[in-house]
Design a protein around this ligand. Structure first.
Ligand SMILES: NC(=O)c1ccc[n+]([C@@H]2O[C@H](COP(=O)([O-])OP(=O)(O)OC[C@H]3O[C@@H](n4cnc5c(N)ncnc54)[C@H](O)[C@@H]3O)[C@@H](O)[C@H]2O)c1
Length: 461
């Protein structure tokens, strides 16, 4: 049957599905009580996120860019007209339920840190000052060798890395008690650490704990936070490209304790655009000979990335996407010889307002060359903050879903990362729209709704 005008109009309308109406379909525990958000790194991204949540709570701003707050999900056939908001379809924690804490090597409270980061206007920050200035950083686990460009006084001392992890575990327990949070999430928004390769120390939980005790240099501070969180049963997300949980020992820990973990490095600006354009070239079988990406960036993140060790970590994360999307092994003539270059230049006058340039050399019919230029004048933390919010709420959903929790790795959250995490041996999906479909189908699956394949033959029977 072809859809008539009337039913097509009907299909566009949205209906409300109350989470409680469908709760019998799944055994997701309800989002009762407060959700504590713990953030290593109270810099530009973290403060823009927390200030934004406060502003939305007060009704003075909109959560633009957040799938959990603004997104809808189509259910059933296109003729059914069921497109509830995601937050009405699933029992997500509400913004009013969020409580925050963080760790940083600097002593500034969130209001002072947000003022220094210079992302949000003073007027907005003043309106949320009370809440922000009450969030003071806990002492950090920090190693200058891992972030060479900065140093600060607010740092824990301990005999070894296992002892530092014990101190973090105590922080986590104390925060849970003092905030009255029913559940917790940790999300790394701290600086990018120097590049490291996995070593023998990262291969099993036993070797990891031994290495922490022996102060092995291959245990980065981010791993100490991740270990402490997972040991406390708290899901961990990583906004930076550091190795952190992407090693067998952490996967083992997450799996054994049924604690959700996901990918690395928020997919915000240039890589977001890259993972939209590259699938379009592949869809049309257009060849690619070169992709030159450069950035100018003047915030503290840019300064940290000016160090070759930290830049290498970022570079690896940014380079991965193209190869996985274009599959040169399947299309050697089109993608077998690509020159892909990524640069980040620290340029203080721009602050957080990054400029990302891309020059893309493609070729079409009979090999004729063409060029595309993209100049994205973006705002780094404005793009990252809604991702932090979505990850917090979806990881919390995962920890309340027995089916998801037991998996450890949450591949359905690939949508948010430059380096998605997958089961060993699986290649990651980088195409933004495959990632979105995977995410939404996971949500449908959780609620016992039909998965959407876009086949659509039944409309013409
Ligand atoms: N904004 C984006 O678009 C985006 C995208 C992808 C990834 N990221 C990553 O997110 C992270 C945060 O970015 P940002 O712009 O907020 O940076 P930022 O420099 O403003 O903030 C990072 C904060 O982390 C603190 N820190 C460093 N090491 C720490 C440790 N071991 N423990 C606790 N605190 C520590 C620093 O003192 C600083 O305050 C960076 O790693 C960045 O690469 C950002």
């Amino acid at each position: 049957m072809a859809i008539g005008k009337k039913s097509a109009r009907h299909a566009a309308a949205s209906v409300e599905v109350k989470p409680e109406d469908r709760s019998h379909n799944s055994n997701i525990q309800p989002a009762k009580g407060k959700l504590g958000v713990m953030i290593p790194g109270m810099g530009a991204v973290a403060t823009t996120f927390v200030a934004g949540v406060e502003a939305v709570r007060k009704g003075i701003s909109s959560p633009i860019g957040s799938l959990t707050q603004m997104g809808t999900i189509r259910l059933g056939k296109r003729t059914e007209g069921r497109s509830p908001k995601i937050k009405e379809f699933l029992p997500l924690a509400g913004l009013d339920d969020l409580v925050f804490t963080g760790w940083d090597i600097f002593e500034d409270d969130m209001h002072a840190a947000a003022s220094k980061a210079g992302v949000l206007e003073r007027d907005l920050l003043d309106k949320v000052k009370d809440r922000l200035s009450s969030i003071k950083p806990l002492k950090a686990v920090f190693d200058h060798n891992y972030v060479k460009k900065i140093d600060g006084p607010n740092v824990k001392k301990g005999k070894n890395k296992l002892e530092l992890a014990e101190q973090l575990r105590q922080d986590i327990q104390d925060f849970k008690k003092s905030s009255g949070a029913a559940r917790l999430i940790t999300i790394w928004c701290a600086s990018t650490e120097s590049f490291i390769e996995p070593t023998a120390a990262h291969q099993s939980l036993k070797s990891l704990e031994k290495a922490m005790k022996e102060n092995d240099e291959s245990i980065a501070p981010s791993m100490v936070y991740a270990y402490a969180s997972l040991m406390e049963g708290v899901p961990f997300a990583n906004g930076a490209p550091n190795l952190t949980v992407d090693v067998p020992a952490m996967v083992e820990l997450a799996h054994n304790r049924e604690v959700p973990i996901c990918g690395k490095d928020f997919k915000t600006g240039q890589t977001l655009i890259k993972t939209v354009l590259a699938p379009a070239f592949k869809a049309r079988l257009l060849g690619l000979s070169g992709w030159y990406s450069t950035n100018i960036l003047g915030n503290r993140d840019g300064e940290v990335l000016d160090d070759p060790g930290s830049f290498k970590t970022k570079e690896e994360s940014k380079l991965g996407a193209l190869e996985h999307i274009l599959q040169p092994q399947l299309y050697p003539e089109l993608y077998g010889n690509i020159f892909h270059k990524v640069r980040i230049n620290y340029y203080p006058p721009r602050g957080d307002n990054k400029e990302g340039w891309d020059n893309i050399d493609i070729f079409g019919w009979l090999g004729y060359p063409m060029q595309i230029k993209v100049d994205f004048l973006c705002r780094d933390s404005i793009l990252a903050a809604p991702i932090v919010l979505d990850l917090v709420l979806f990881l919390d959903l995962a920890q309340r879903s027995p089916e998801l929790r037991r998996l450890g790795i949450q591949e359905w959250l690939s949508f948010y990362f430059k380096s998605p995490m997958t089961a060993p041996g699986l290649y990651p999906e980088h195409d933004l729209f495959i990632q979105l479909m995977k995410l939404k189908n996971t949500l449908r699956h959780l609620r016992g709704e039909e998965l959407i394949t876009h086949l659509g033959l039944e409309y013409y029977d």
